[in-house]
Design a protein around this ligand. Structure first.
Ligand SMILES: [Zn+2]
Length: 494
């Protein structure tokens, strides 16, 4: 009797183990290095008495129990008291909110190094772009980014391999949509990017990298219309999307060429730049156009109409432009400084100093551009366009992975979106763009448990998105503070 009971128990345990491993098929065995950052691991985790901001733009739901089982959200119920027992861990989260994991759509894994930077903002060429394969994935996950696009890669082999190692449980980090090498033309400012010579060259690059694990592409500032068209066709043949930070090609030309997404809101459309020539980047890189184009103008309305008709998404990247407004922007955040190497911190403060007149795009009134861009982003959303978000680290060294994603949500709110709308733009809209909205991007039973637990209530005070404590990815609870501690003083180095 005793014996057979034991045997039965053993069979039951083996069966449970098998079920658990079958259910976790998508979430593999985590290496000890990754395990070190896991805060809670249990077959069933219940977030008790938490406020749910579900990512759809709906009003928040107070006092809910969110049950996570086998990597998925099993249920969202009225708040109730539960005791941790057996395979269930219950967390009392009164005073906390849970929102979907951020889907960062303009997120890099590199840092921009300005050699021999001096006080007035002078530096020597070539600008170098070291890969942050250690710090960036940890910064993203710590900040609540559970899925990200690399949006132009300098080391595509690294990005693809890091993605695979994260998916295999060997490295800690978010889910990654790895973007191929920049599709850049010959007149490039960056020595580490491909310099395309022809449409055929563009097609070959797309095909090679699609064969090597890249899942998206990004066109850059000096590509020609013919090269862009060839790249888009080759990518679409493989079901891969193309975005662009453009200059030589206008937004309307890119829409006609079949592009799927345009980076930097409306800041880099060049159609009204006075010196614009076909296939050539203009001097102001789009500032002249945005200064002339508000949402009510005939050109603005026509552009939005064209983008919506062609199903072109727009990526809002407010954090990368914020520093150009001056006035002590962005606010200094200790956690951001703590993440950087002493050298990166030094450059960060040099780049914050007011520039002498005429040193950078002299005729540009950034406050006017900021206003016009936000008007156009609102009009685009009102017209049914898909607005997604990403911070574009690093800008002037003041936009960091993860922290920048949080800042992007805050700036969308400053720009007139409600907090729940801004969170939707940063979560569900990105999931929709990636075609993954059935799995991620909002909080509902059956979806992947990619969730961020923050102290406070970002639906009332949006800066509470910075108070991240636990980040769930596929139901595994990562400790935000431990992740940040592990990269302290290293961002800018590796
Ligand atoms: Zn970028």
């Amino acid at each position: 009797m005793q014996r057979s009971r034991r045997t039965a128990l053993r069979i039951a345990l083996v069966a449970m183990g098998w079920l658990a491993s079958a259910a976790f098929a998508q979430a593999p065995q985590l290496s000890p290095e990754v395990q070190a950052y896991v805060r809670v691991q249990a077959p069933k985790i219940v977030l008790m008495h938490v406020r749910v901001i579900d990512g759809t733009g709906a009003a928040p739901l107070d006092d809910r129990n969110v049950t996570i089982e086998n990597g998925k959200i099993a249920a969202v119920d009225q708040g109730a008291d539960l005791a941790s027992a057996g395979g269930t861990t219950a967390l009392d989260l009164r005073g906390y909110s849970v929102m979907p994991g951020i889907v960062g759509m303009h997120n890099h894994m590199f840092y921009i190094e300005r050699p021999n930077l001096t006080a007035p903002g002078h530096y020597e060429q070539p600008v170098m772009i070291p890969e942050m394969a250690f710090t960036a994935p940890r910064l993203y996950l710590a900040a609540g980014v559970t899925t990200m696009r690399t949006t132009g890669s300098i080391e595509p082999y690294t990005d693809v391999n890091v993605k695979h190692d994260i998916d295999a449980g060997k490295l800690v980090g978010p889910h990654i949509d790895a973007t191929g090498p920049y599709l850049e033309g010959g007149a490039s400012y960056f020595v580490q990017m491909p310099h395309l010579k022809s449409p055929d060259d563009a097609r070959q690059l797309v095909e090679y990298w699609a064969d090597h694990g890249v899942t998206s592409f990004k066109a850059y500032m000096n590509i020609t219309r013919a090269e862009l068209k060839a790249a888009v066709e080759a990518a679409h043949q493989r079901g891969i999307k193309v975005t662009g930070h453009l200059c030589s090609v206008t937004y309307k030309e890119a829409a006609e060429a079949g592009i799927d997404d345009l980076e930097h809101g409306f800041f880099v459309n060049t159609q009204l730049d006075p010196d614009k020539k076909p296939d050539t980047c203009s001097q102001s890189q789009g500032s002249e156009t945005l200064a002339r184009m508000d949402a009510a103008s005939a050109e603005g309305r026509d552009l939005i109409d064209t983008l919506v008709k062609h199903h072109v998404a727009i990526t809002s990247t407010l954090p990368v432009f914020e520093g150009l407004l001056g006035g002590g922007r962005p606010p200094i955040r200790q956690a951001v400084l703590d993440a950087m190497t002493p050298e990166a911190r030094h450059d960060y403060f040099l780049l914050r100093e007011p520039r002498p007149a005429g040193s950078f795009r002299p005729k540009t009134d950034w406050n006017l551009l900021w206003k016009h861009d936000l008007e156009l982003e609102h009009a685009f959303v009102a017209a049914g366009g898909l607005l997604v978000a990403g911070p574009d680290p690093t800008g002037a060294g003041d936009v960091l992975p993860g922290f920048g994603d949080q800042r992007g949500i805050e700036l969308l709110v400053e720009g007139g979106f409600s907090p729940v709308e801004a969170i939707k733009i940063a979560t569900l809209n990105g999931a929709i763009y990636l075609g993954r909205e059935k799995q991620i991007g909002s909080i509902a039973a059956g979806k992947n448990a990619d969730l961020v637990v923050v102290k406070g209530d970002p639906s009332k005070q949006v800066s509470d998105v910075e108070n991240v404590e636990i980040v769930f990815k596929d139901g595994v609870a990562y400790d935000s503070k431990k992740l940040l501690d592990s990269i302290k003083g290293r961002y800018g180095q590796y």
